[in-house]
Design a protein around this ligand. Structure first.
Ligand code: NAD
Length: 253
């Protein structure tokens, strides 16, 4: 850990976690940052620096500039394919085995939790590695994409319609099943562990408040202050990997 001391976890938080039955973890781009996946804003470098998020991640942007949006996501996909889950992901895999109910609601679209081995993961914003028909939302095979190189490829289902990444863009609604499951887990949680999110984008950012209302201890892991900081019960000012590795050691893993 480069000579830095491990992040301290307050004793009462460790005790509450050790005694918990139901745990909800909410993750954001900061969870993936140490695996080499840039946050949306950090990724807007070089050629992409001149674009605003609305130019790349909205249905309107895709409608007006499908090639540009597809190329942006192609770059993100390559970054995700080259990334490996860091030690913090493996801690979450181990924690899942320990609690009666343990779920991860993630705003990330990189699938790293599943690649690490986490089982119960609610993808609130979709997954960049999947592709769907832009009109019907039906999944499209990789095989079809290989046979139809283009930017972006056509949909196999509707003439004149394009394929698009299976992600939730600004202005779109969350996948109903994933959102409902995350709300249910928040409402039952004894512990809500919020890792690496700016807590700005709703409805995901509303999950800790649902958990808190039912009496959960809300713990924020983030090197920086966020709008959640003021209401969190415990704040761990550290990067995700170091914070989770330290938690595992406090819990005797
Ligand atoms: P975010 O980029 O808004 O926030 C990332 C957070 O991670 C920050 O609070 C940062 O302090 C923290 N962080 C950075 N490194 C960390 C580390 N090593 N360990 C722990 N925390 C670390 O990402 P988000 O909160 O996931 O955003 C939510 C959703 O909003 C995203 O899924 C995305 O769809 C969307 N989004 C879009 C834009 C945009 O400009 N288009 C920007 C942000 C978020």
């Amino acid at each position: 850990m480069n000579g830095e001391s491990a992040p301290g976890w307050p004793n009462d938080a460790v005790r509450r976690i050790a005694a918990a039955n139901n745990v909800l973890v909410l993750t954001g781009a900061g969870m993936s940052a140490e695996s080499g996946i840039a946050t949306f804003r950090d990724a807007q470098t070089g050629l992409w620096a001149k674009f605003r998020p609305e130019d790349l991640a909205t249905p309107q942007a895709f409608h007006e500039h499908p090639r540009r949006v597809w190329q942006w996501y192609d770059g993100r996909r390559q970054q995700v394919a080259a990334a490996e889950p860091h030690a913090g992901y493996r801690v979450l895999v181990e924690l899942e085995k320990r609690f009666r109910h343990f779920a991860i609601a993630t705003q990330n679209v990189d699938g790293l939790h599943q690649r690490a081995g986490s089982q119960r993961v609610f993808e609130l914003h979709g997954n960049i590695m999947r592709t769907v028909c832009a009109q019907t939302g039906r999944p499209i095979d990789d095989e079809w994409l290989c046979e139809h190189p283009g930017e972006p490829p056509p949909s196999p289902y509707q003439p004149g319609v394009l394929a698009r990444p299976d992600v939730v863009w600004f202005g779109e609604t969350l996948p109903e099943g994933a959102h409902r499951a995350a709300v249910r887990s928040a409402a039952q949680a004894d512990i809500c562990l919020v890792i690496g999110t700016s807590s700005l984008v709703y409805p995901a950012a509303g999950l800790p408040a649902i958990a808190a209302e039912r009496g959960a201890m809300v713990i924020e892991v983030n090197p920086d202050e966020t709008p959640l900081t003021a209401s969190a019960d415990v704040i761990i000012r550290a990067p995700a990997s170091a914070a989770l590795v330290a938690l595992a050691s406090h819990l005797g893993h």
